[in-house]
Design a protein around this ligand. Structure first.
Ligand SMILES: Nc1ncnc2c1ncn2[C@@H]1O[C@H](COP(=O)(O)OP(=O)(O)OP(=O)(O)O)[C@@H](O)[C@H]1O
Ligand SMILES: [Mg+2]
Ligand SMILES: [Zn+2]
Length: 519
């Protein structure tokens, strides 16, 4: 008896179609899998026979040969169990439903249960792309897969339920289709709680609007961590496509919330300074996504930046630049997206008071430079906005006297500005057609578009020319200043970059000189 059942394989985040072919006949019990299936796939034999025995399903045919096609692609993991088991039922001729456009994946447990697998969303998307109309998968993965429109998703809890469903003994309803949710901003920490620090809030607003990397530097207790934690409250809502991609990463990493099928809030991932390079950028045995990828379409927050291992920080250079990470293994290379906004905070010296208006720094110049030296120039170069966070005055913190010009804006107000500036950017890059393809925010502007997109007023052009010569600015710094100035102008709804926008962007690069280069 020959039969075949559709399945889906996964490598990293890439899913691919797999067909489980089966040849079975009566005879002595045997079970063989070919098609580059590794040891973890071969072990399905034990899981499946035990599950069938515990479910009291008896088989007529007892000799089984399986071929997982395409036979030239390596297969690993336990997610083929469900397709293999279903093919065994198919050759007993007990299945009453048409499975030509149905795909199966999931892990079978010894007791007869069906366990969830990682990466179900990517596999469901692939099943749909490959023309499948129905998907049978572990119950705990059903919500996640229900996000894929046009696919009937059946979540099965155990082998018996699957058997009854396929034999027509007890049909079950497909999982209810996912209705897109709005991101939940309520409950997030609000900028209204932060007294004063208007210049830092403005820098954060610009960073959020253009998706620029940002570093806050200042003495202890000035609110750096407090300010960073409030960023998610002003980031624009994710698009559906962004949600899907972020969810795919979280699904492969196994960090998805079972009750929230789709990640609708932009991730905010604080990373501990004890994190390993593999934890940060991904890797180890089976290459799993690292923090940079879990932060995809959101924020990666590195608090107390100099506490990080210098080599660990250096591993960030490539993903920050490329917005994706490639992890190479003998079995092939895995690619994960990592389009994140890097936000970092640090003290200016070990005691924290270097440059403090009132307190005395007790560190030796050597200690200060060693401390700052933990952050290399190439890492600093990749941070578009660097800002000093100074202690707030008594009047600001006590609220006795409103600071002149202080608006004490709420996160909702700031977010509206950010969203408006994002809309300006999206419209601009869309209007550029082919040239603007793949560019969504000012942080993404490729060098080839810089001159066309960042048009300055004459006075602004004069200013950057002077500054460039006087400060011996690098080409990379120049590019980044223009991008930040573009965002400042977009927040103002200005077509041309003015001197004001440009000065602000230049000032955001001045810490670099003040602290790192002979300051
Ligand atoms: N501008 C502010 N408005 C209101 N509260 C503030 C402000 N700045 C600091 N605080 C209070 O001080 C606490 C400490 O701030 P936070 O932890 O953010 O400082 P930090 O700059 O990160 O310090 P460190 O360098 O030690 O990490 C905050 O939790 C908050 O209660
Ligand atoms: Mg802090
Ligand atoms: Zn000090």
């Amino acid at each position: 008896m020959f039969g075949q059942i559709n399945s889906v394989g996964l490598f990293g985040m890439n899913a691919f179609p797999v067909t489980t072919e089966i040849n079975a006949y009566k005879g002595i019990a045997d079970f063989r899998i070919v098609g580059l299936a590794d040891a973890s796939v071969q072990e399905s034999r034990q899981r499946i026979f035990s599950a069938l025995a515990n479910t009291k399903i008896t088989l007529e045919n007892k000799t089984f040969v399986f071929n997982l096609t395409p036979a030239s692609v390596k297969k690993a993991g336990s997610s083929y169990d469900l397709a293999i088991l279903t093919s065994m039922l198919a050759v007993q001729e007990v299945i009453k439903v048409d499975l030509t456009r149905a795909a199966f994946f999931g892990e079978v447990s010894l007791g007869g249960g069906v366990n969830p697998v990682l990466g179900a969303l990517s596999m469901a998307i692939e099943a749909k792309r490959n023309g499948m109309e129905e998907l049978f998968l572990p119950y705990d993965n059903a919500a996640e897969a229900s996000v894929v429109a046009g696919l009937k998703v059946y979540g099965v809890e155990n082998v018996l339920q699957l058997y009854r469903l396929l034999t027509g003994a007890m049909p079950i309803k497909p999982h209810k289709t996912y209705v897109p949710e709005q991101p939940a901003y309520h409950g997030l920490a609000d900028f209204a709680d932060v007294k004063g620090q208007e210049n830092v809030k403005l820098a954060l607003t610009i960073a959020a609007a253009g998706f620029h990397n940002l570093l806050m530097l200042g003495p202890p207790g000035t609110g750096k961590s407090m300010l960073a934690k409030r960023l998610p409250s002003v980031l624009p809502a994710m698009t559906f496509a962004e949600s899907i991609e972020t969810t795919q990463v979280h699904s492969v990493a196994g960090v998805l919330d079972k009750n929230a099928p789709l990640v609708v809030n932009r991730p905010f991932r604080p990373v501990s300074h004890t994190a390993s390079a593999a934890g940060l950028v991904g890797g180890s045995g089976i290459p799993r996504p690292g923090e940079v990828s879990l932060a995809h379409n959101g924020v990666l927050f590195l608090d107390e930046l100099p506490e990080f291992d210098r080599r660990t920080l250096e591993t960030l250079r490539q993903p920050v630049e490329n917005r994706e990470i490639v992890i190479s293994r003998a079995t092939g290379s895995v690619r994960y997206p990592c389009n994140f906004m890097l936000v970092a905070a640090m003290n200016p010296c070990p005691c924290g008071n270097f440059g403090h208006p009132a307190k005395q720094c007790t560190c030796s110049p050597m200690a200060v430079s060693r401390y700052l030296g933990k952050i290399s120039q190439p890492v600093l170069d990749r941070i578009d906005i660097q800002i000093e966070v100074n202690p707030v005055s008594y009047n600001e913190i006590s609220g006795e006297e409103p600071t002149p010009g202080s608006k004490g804006e709420s996160s909702a107000e700031i977010r509206r500005k950010v969203e408006r500036a994002r809309a300006v950017q999206e419209a601009r890059y869309r209007s550029l057609g082919e040239k603007g393809a793949g560019v969504f925010t000012n942080a993404d502007i490729p060098p080839s578009l810089l001159a066309e997109v960042c048009v300055m007023e004459d006075s602004a052009r004069e200013l950057i020319k002077n500054v460039f010569d006087k400060l011996g600015m690098s080409a990379r710094a120049y590019d980044r200043i223009l991008k930040v100035a573009r965002t400042a102008a977009d927040l103002d709804g200005a077509e041309l970059i003015t001197k004001k926008h440009l000065s602000m962007a230049i000032s955001y690069r001045s810490l670099d000189r003040k602290y790192w280069n002979g300051g």
